[in-house]
Write a new protein. Structure first.
Length: 261
């Protein structure tokens, strides 16, 4: 469904976080929420009867740390954990956790290669190589070798300058489907916005439910473009602002990635 055919009053927004709402930072803990973003999201949530969710690969607690109670629902860990409403219990898909030896081996690799960062998650882990891009291919090979004996249960996902090992069985597509079954999302047309490979599942699910799946680079240019579009929508939620967003609408200062001081 083209965006122009969707109305905010009948839509749900499902938003990836890193690289979509937030600029990518040198390490995941250095991201910052741009001024005005939470305000725009709160207004949009209210304009959509609450139907605003963050759908991310990160744990739900990290979303809470950045956005507090702004999203009505949060899907974390690529759909492995879903909190369908504020204060509701987190629903966890029954998925396997990777063997502890894998995590130990990943820690050994990170120790042996300064600049490689190991991020542990409840049911998986990520090897970041943003600081050492030339190690990307070697890390991929090492990660694939790790999971090879259980390739039916675990998969290697490409993220931005990172490789993530996680269980099969949940993804952002299943998260979208799940969220859309319950109020205030049910019956609305989902708009999923995301920037990377793992978001493609979410986009497909949103389109299949009569909504739209929008890639950041294609429609917004970058996260600053997403934020500019959200701010315009929040200012006048009678219709979705047109896309692709014009470059002039993007606040260039906010596009600069700066670690917090
Ligand atoms: Mg992303």
């Amino acid at each position: 469904m083209p965006l122009s055919a969707l109305e905010p009053a009948r839509s749900a927004l499902l938003l990836d976080m890193d690289g979509t709402l937030l600029d990518i930072a040198p390490t995941p803990d250095l991201v910052r929420v741009a001024p005005g973003l939470t305000d725009a999201l709160s207004r949009l949530r209210d304009a959509m009867g609450g139907a605003l969710a963050v759908v991310t690969g990160r744990p739900i607690e990290q979303v809470d740390g950045l956005f507090a109670d702004v999203p009505y629902a949060v899907a974390g860990e690529h759909g492995g954990a879903i909190r369908p409403a504020p204060g509701a219990e987190v629903v966890r898909a029954s998925l396997p956790s990777p063997p502890v030896e894998w995590v130990m081996e990943a820690a050994r690799i990170a120790d042996a290669h300064p600049g490689v960062l190991l991020e542990q998650k409840q049911r998986g882990f990520v090897l970041h190589y943003r600081a050492v891009p030339h190690l990307g291919p070697a890390l991929r090979t090492a990660a694939l070798a790790l999971i090879a004996p259980q390739a039916d249960r675990f998969q290697l996902m490409e993220a931005l300058m990172a490789w993530e090992i996680r269980p099969r069985g949940a993804d952002k597509g299943s998260a979208v489907q799940e969220l859309m079954t319950e109020a205030p999302f049910a019956g609305r047309q989902p708009i999923f916005i995301g920037d990377d490979v793992t978001d493609e599942d979410g986009m497909r699910a949103a389109r299949a439910l009569g909504g739209a799946g929008l890639r950041v680079d294609e429609w917004f240019g970058n996260p600053a473009g997403v934020r500019a579009w959200l701010a315009r929508a929040a200012a006048d939620p009678r219709a979705w602002p047109p896309l692709p967003i014009q470059a002039s609408a993007q606040p260039t200062a906010a596009a600069t990635v700066l670690p917090p001081r």
